[in-house]
Write a protein that binds this ligand. Structure first.
Ligand code: SAM
Length: 271
């Protein structure tokens, strides 16, 4: 995979991590340390602008604490999903997208951080798709995925605030994403974090492609399970993939409108 790498002054990286430290501690996920290099590549912003936005993260501490409390109460003490919640927040603050689309919500870590940033921007909408898998009983069993939905709760159950900027649609992305994309004038940021198969990721990327705006971050988590789907798509649109440190969370900025060269693949099975 061709990867984009930006040189990084170590002091700036340290400062970025420091600025996110309180929020990270409150959320209780050490993996959420801000990766400045990735954020620079994905935003195209200067270090100064990024640090300015990261300085807002202390304001998120009460929300992070409450999301952690809800995860603990829900039997998921070590669980926080997306490893880059603060980068997601910063991307939305910096790029001011009108339409953010995410596939895969679960308890709502990524959704919450998109919404916090959109609310602060006072513009834009988060369109989220989620087909919950249901936890079998009151207690999460060792053979069950922590992304499953505890009984009596709804998708986004760890999010402690309401936002009028959230367009949450419950159902399979295979059915809902094409309809959503049809409705939207543009997709200004896309995050794949639902069914991690190569076929499904390829389907989602091909589906959003016609509406991706120039410069839109296109992100995919858990790509260790999706084979070559992401790098293939990046190569097809002429983009270079940027990996978040050693994670399998990857992304690129959509370079320009290109003519479709391959048909949209058939959606994979529902989760
Ligand atoms: C990894 S979790 C999402 C984590 C979330 N982004 C976060 O940061 O907390 C994946 C979610 O996608 C849902 N899902 C699985 N297959 C799906 C599909 N075909 N369409 C929509 N959602 C799906 C799962 O039930 C689960 O809620």
């Amino acid at each position: 995979m061709t990867e984009e790498v930006i040189a990084q002054p170590p002091a700036a990286s340290r400062r970025a991590r420091e600025l996110g430290a309180k929020a990270r501690k409150a959320l209780g996920d050490p993996r959420a340390a801000v990766n400045l290099r990735w954020l620079r590549t994905m935003s195209g912003a200067t270090v100064e602008r990024i640090l300015e936005v990261l300085a807002e993260l202390d304001d998120l501490v009460p929300v992070e604490q409450e999301m952690r409390r809800r995860h603990v109460a829900g039997g998921r003490p070590g669980y926080a999903q997306i490893r880059a919640p603060f980068e997601l927040y910063a991307l939305v603050r910096i790029l001011q997208p009108k339409h953010v689309v995410e596939a895969g919500v679960s308890s709502g870590i990524s959704s919450a951080h998109f919404l916090l940033a959109l609310d602060r921007n006072r513009s834009g909408t988060l369109h989220s798709l989620d087909l919950p898998t249901l936890q079998r009983g009151p207690v999460l069993q060792p053979d069950e995925s922590p992304v499953s939905l505890p009984p009596g709760l709804a998708t986004g159950w760890a999010i402690p605030f309401r936002s009028s900027r959230w367009d949450l649609r419950i159902g399979a992305s295979q059915a809902l994403l094409p309809r959503l994309v049809e409705e939207l004038p543009t997709v200004d940021l896309f995050l794949h974090d639902d069914l991690h198969t190569p076929e499904h990721l390829a389907f989602e990327l091909a589906t959003v492609r016609p509406k991706l705006s120039v410069g839109a971050p296109v992100l995919a988590d858990n790509t260790k399970w999706t084979g070559e789907a992401f790098p293939h798509f990046a190569a097809e649109v002429g983009a270079r993939v940027s990996r978040r440190g050693t994670d399998d969370l990857v992304g690129f900025r959509f370079p320009r409108r290109t003519r479709r060269t391959t048909p949209i693949p058939t959606p994979g099975p529902s989760a």
